[in-house]
Design a protein around this ligand. Structure first.
Ligand code: PLP
Length: 414
């Protein structure tokens, strides 16, 4: 494995090496990217500084479901940027209302609170739930309690990593906020046991993508929604990665006909052009924010709103949710047919798939990169495959061919 990585490093062009050296010298090393330097991207394909092309099978963690540089987003972004980009919420702008209406309608909810990054939206949902806990449920001041799940990923703020079960997310960042319990993912009895009179919310990813595309047992989300309803606890679905078509439905909760009290959305909400996130829910909950109680300089800015409204419309107009279902089902069949001693399991839904290996996934990602496929290991031994929802059948077939070649090649002991 050492030799394998070294040989790939040696093959880097002087041009690529120069970009990497500069980045590594002046940029903090909080990621371990694959060694290619992207200069351009359109649709499902990216081009590096040496002119090599790769099929993007990560989609910026599902932020570019609509494909890179979607022409409609480019047009709306350019036109809106020429008019007005930022007003702050000190004044109103002519884009916010239409965006909130479109998103609330799509979610079957009453209100939207726009933010920028996913982590901020999760923080906003936590604030909303606590406020509802104090003001509506009657929890004593300072006692509100939230249940989350083992192997969760909700973002990188100090509060959110405080209830992560991943040591590398937490190490030397404490002290952490109290008020959270963590129970095993998919274990309804454990949730029931963890609920107290002070519990205001359960925070769940309907599929744990960062943890390696882990799916709860069938029926779990429905049971969880029923339990929350019965116990007067809010259900918060973090659909930042699973939402907006990725799993072959508008929201992963749809697979079990669950409508959570709060949706947390981000990533594909602006098709990769801009950071836009939002919490979507009822007036009963989001109506508890009065002026001054929460805010963001950039949240709800006209540029963000114009882009996000167009990004939602593209998903609709191009039938991308249906494409994720049909193309994803096809891809899944091909992946399940791969056989190799290193493959432990294949799982997924829509266009979110994982190949779990018996060994580190990074060298496999490097090998795939050399064959024109970009994907990234997650949690050490899992290759996540989540191409843009616009990816053609031919391009998906190219992905399958490369996977077949790579797994055959390696099984031959080379
Ligand atoms: C990416 C992600 C987040 C965090 O979003 P950022 O925009 O990186 O802050 C939160 N939850 C889930 C499920 C995610 O996939």
């Amino acid at each position: 494995m050492e030799a394998h990585t070294a040989s790939l490093t040696e093959s880097l062009s002087p041009r690529t090496s120069e970009f990497i050296a500069r980045e590594d010298r002046f940029g903090a090393h909080n990621y371990r990217p694959l060694d290619l330097v992207i200069a351009e991207a359109h649709g499902s394909w990216v081009t590096d500084v040496d002119g090599r092309r790769y099929l993007d099978c990560l989609s910026a963690y599902s932020a570019v479901n609509q494909g890179h540089a979607h022409p409609r987003l480019l047009r709306v972004m350019t036109e809106q940027a020429a008019r007005v980009t930022l007003t702050s919420r000190a004044f109103r702008n002519d884009q916010l209302g239409a965006f909130c209406e479109a998103l609330a309608t799509r979610c079957g909810k009453e209100m939207v609170l726009p933010m920028n990054t996913g982590a901020e939206a999760v923080e906003t949902a936590i604030k909303a739930a606590r406020r509802w806990g104090y003001r509506t449920k009657g929890i004593a001041d300072g006692q509100a309690h939230i249940i989350a799940f083992a192997n969760n990923f909700h973002g990188r703020t100090t509060t959110l990593v405080g209830f992560s079960s991943d040591a590398s997310y937490r190490a030397d960042f404490g002290p952490f906020a109290p008020g959270f319990s963590v129970v095993p993912f998919g274990d309804i009895a454990a949730v029931r046991a963890a609920i107290t009179a002070n519990t205001c919310a359960v925070l769940v990813e309907p599929m744990q993508c960062e943890a390696g595309v882990l799916m709860p047992p069938d029926g779990f989300l429905r049971e969880l929604a029923a339990l929350c309803h019965e116990q007067n606890v809010l259900l918060i679905a973090d659909e930042i990665q699973t939402g907006l078509g990725r799993t072959g439905a508008w929201f992963a909760c749809d697979h079990e006909q669950v409508s959570p009290d709060l949706y947390v959305l981000g990533k594909a909400l602006a098709g990769g052009f801009y950071p836009v996130s939002a919490v979507v829910g009822s007036r009963e909950v989001l109506g508890l924010f009065e002026p001054g109680s929460h805010g963001s300089t950039f949240g709800g800015n006209p540029l963000a709103c114009a882009i996000a409204r167009e990004a939602l419309a593209i998903l609709d107009d191009e039938g991308l949710v249906e494409r994720a279902a049909t193309e994803g089902a096809w891809l899944g069949l091909q992946l399940e047919a791969l056989t190799h001693p290193a493959i432990r399991a294949v799982r997924g839904r829509g266009l979110m798939w994982a190949i779990e290996l018996n060994e580190p996934a990074r060298p496999w990602a490097e090998t795939l990169k050399a064959r024109g496929i970009l994907c990234k290991e997650t949690h050490g031994t899992v290759l996540r495959l989540s191409p843009p929802l616009v990816t053609s059948r031919d391009d998906l077939a190219f992905l399958v061919q490369q996977l077949q070649a790579v797994f055959e090649h390696r099984s031959a002991g080379i």
